[in-house]
Design a protein around this ligand. Structure first.
Ligand SMILES: Cc1ncc(COP(=O)(O)O)c(C=O)c1O
Length: 279
């Protein structure tokens, strides 16, 4: 048996958290947050990353930024942890469950035939024939680190006007080794990508997440919404409903230390898998 992941805190976690404590930056300000975002961005080869409180918060923000409302539907896989689906319901939208195949990720053939046979395309987007609601987005879950077929999913999304949110909460470190997306990491291909640093993930900050957005203005907006949508720090002027979703500096301090060891964690996991297969 390969455990999902047991936290390994043998790196610089204590040193960096102690540094954050000594400097007095324990909440949502402080250098470790910027450092963690920067280091994740460098690792994933992306420009925009926003550190948040959890993967769930990242998914919720992605759906808000996709413009999902209570009049929409969102395609989700049948095989996933429930946190990939709950944020759809937070917005009053309806999940449309799509079967998964042997890769444990969304079955792209079923996805395509659903879009073709059960929906039609309008200027406003893809309409579900049965409910007459617009299907705004698809949440693709790279479950257990298995990359879904992103080549096909992006083709389908393009054809049927779907926004792609990659739930890469379980897939930090997974990337294409060949083909169109060679070198691209899970979570960096769609419009949004979300990672989780919960205790059972490949790296952990205790609780935490990262949101990647292709569009810089959307990443900036994610940061704004995650810090209570504060327009004016002095007079507390708000034009929008915000959230307390920003990662803390203490979590980020742990994240920086954990990220330094990511490659080692991945190699260890690969060796464990090889040994388990031989038994
Ligand atoms: C597939 C999936 N989606 C979403 C989440 C939510 O992440 P978090 O626990 O950081 O909110 C998790 C992990 O817990 C997950 O496994």
């Amino acid at each position: 048996m390969i455990p999902l992941s047991v936290p390994n805190l043998k790196g610089n976690e204590l040193k960096y958290v102690t540094q954050a404590l000594k400097e007095g930056w324990v909440s949502t300000g402080g250098d470790f947050i910027k450092k963690f975002e920067g280091h994740i961005g460098d690792y994933l080869k992306v420009e925009q990353s926003v550190a948040v409180q959890s993967g769930t918060a990242g998914l919720h923000l992605s759906l808000i930024l996709s413009g999902v409302t209570s009049s929409n539907e969102v395609i989700v896989p049948t095989l996933t942890f429930i946190a990939a689906v709950n944020p759809v319901k937070y917005l009053g939208a309806e999940p449309v469950f799509m079967d998964c195949d042997d890769s444990l990720t969304i079955d792209v053939e079923k996805l395509e035939s659903f879009c073709q046979e059960n929906c039609y395309v309008t200027d406003d987007g893809l309409v579900n024939k049965k409910t007459k609601k617009i299907i705004k987005a698809i949440i693709v879950v790279h479950v257990f680190g298995n990359m879904a077929n992103m080549v096909k999913i992006m083709e389908i999304a393009d054809k049927y006007k779907l926004i792609v949110i990659e739930d890469a909460t379980e897939a930090l470190g997974t990337y294409y080794t060949k083909g169109k997306y060679k070198g691209s990491f899970a979570g960096t291909i769609g419009d949004f990508g979300v990672y989780s640093f919960n205790g059972n993930k490949i790296i952990t900050t205790g609780g935490g997440g990262m949101l990647i957005a292709k569009d810089k203005s959307l990443a900036d907006r994610a940061k704004y919404l995650s810090t209570q949508a504060k327009d004016d720090p002095l007079y507390y002027v708000h034009q929008d409903i915000g959230y307390n979703y920003r990662m803390t500096n203490l979590q980020a301090a742990m994240g920086v230390a954990q990220l330094e060891q990511l490659e080692h964690f991945i190699q260890t996991k690969k060796i464990t898998m090889k040994c388990t297969r031989k038994k």
